[in-house]
Each structure stands twice: as C-alpha cells, then as structure tokens.
Design a protein around this ligand. Structure first.
Ligand SMILES: [Zn+2]
Length: 226
C-alpha cells in the first residue's frame, strides 16, 4: 500500500523546512484570525490596512518578525469581497499564512519544478501565484504560493527545475496581492484537479471533508506546531 503523503513528508523532513528566506521558526508568532478570536471584535480585518495594523501591533509586542497560522481556520476575512458572494460561504482556510513585510523573498521548501503560474488579479483572490510540482516516494503532489509580487513573474517558466531553498517569489503589497495585508499563502495539494496557476485556498463547510484531505496539514513541514 502507498504511504500517505503526510507520512512520507514527515519521514523525509523530520525537522521541517522553510518557505521564507533567512527566517527561522524562532521568528514566528502564532496568529489566530478565526472567528473565535475576541481580539478581532470590532475590527474589520477585510480591510487590508486594519488587518496589517492589528498584526503589526502583535508582532511588535512579541518581538517576532512573522505572524503565522491559519490551517483549517474558520475566518471572517473573506466576507466583503465580491469574489466570495453568490456561492456557499467559503471561509475555511486550507493553507498556512505567513504575515510579514512586502518584499520578503519566498523560497522553495523542497525541490520540484514549476507546474504553472498566473496573476489571479480579481479582488480577494491570490494575485501573482505559482504552483510547484513535486515527486517524493512515488507520490506526485503540489505546493501553491499566493499573494506574491509582479516582479516574481521574472522567476517563473513552466517546467523549470527548482532546488530546495531557491527564491521562487517575492511577497506582494496589498494593491497587487489583491486586497490583503502582505502575506504568503502556502498550501499543499495532492490532486490539482486540472487547475493551473490557481486552486481554492478556502472552502465551505459543505466541501470541508474533501478539501481537508486533499490539502494536508502543512504545519509540520514549515516548523509550526500541528
Ligand atoms: Zn491564506
């Protein structure tokens, strides 16, 4: 029987790896953007500047560089965007977010090749996005990096081989990323289901079971408590 992707990756990367250049897990501060966080009461975090001020205040108080978290978190971050209206409410987050300064270089946590990329530029989407394809222990899977900058496109061509630790993008500003405080959205995806340069980063309650299984918990890989 084929091992599960989670087990394979845990065996290959028992100490985890990194997605931000020159940042270690000592620089991380856990961030709760769930609807259960009382600290968010009265704050409209769908506004990028409000969200950024909230996060920066916490970072300053903690003395850390990067606010991280969000896998399977139920959020009120997506409510006002037209992108998330007229459909079942999608508010469960399928990746992990790294909230830090625009301009921060993003690196490939593991080797692979560039599968596809796109500028998903409708408001509330990912903005510039790249997807890497990986093959480990006979399992093909993908990692997605969203909310990057326009200059990141100069680093991308389909099929380009990428070594672990190579810079694969630069974090974008709210204007480019499109409408969020600067952060990296990182997601592991087993079956891309035909998507190219894009894949849902949030899901509805109704589809939770499928997406939670197809987008495994990435925390162990980036040295976060699971
Ligand atoms: Zn995200």
């Amino acid at each position: 029987m084929k091992e599960s992707l989670s087990i394979v990756l845990r065996q290959l990367y028992p100490k985890g790896t990194h997605v931000l250049k020159d940042v270690s897990s000592n620089d991380f501060m856990p961030l709760d953007l769930s609807t259960n966080n009382p600290g968010l009461e009265g704050l409209d975090i769908t506004q990028a500047d409000v969200c950024e001020r909230y996060i920066n205040r916490l970072l300053e108080a903690s003395g850390k560089k990067v606010a991280v978290g969000g896998y399977l978190e139920k959020r009120s971050l997506y409510g006002s965007s037209e992108r998330f209206q007229n459909e079942a409410i999608r508010n469960i987050h399928l990746g992990v977010d790294f909230w830090t300064e625009a301009g921060t270089p993003v690196v490939a946590p593991i080797a692979g090749k560039i599968h596809s990329f796109a500028n998903n530029s409708d408001f509330g989407n990912y903005g510039p996005t790249v997807i890497l394809e990986h093959l480990e222990a006979g399992i093909t899977f993908y990692t997605l990096y969203g909310h990057l900058s326009l200059e990141s496109f100069t680093l991308w061509s389909e099929g380009k081989e990428i070594e672990a630790g190579t810079v694969i993008g630069i974090l974008g500003t709210a204007e480019i990323n499109v409408g969020y405080a600067p952060h990296l959205h990182f997601q592991i995806i087993e079956d891309l289901n035909g998507f190219r340069g894009d894949y849902p980063g949030v899901c509805s309650e109704k589809d939770f079971k499928y997406y939670a299984k197809n987008c495994i918990n990435p925390n162990f890989l980036v040295q976060l408590p699971c």
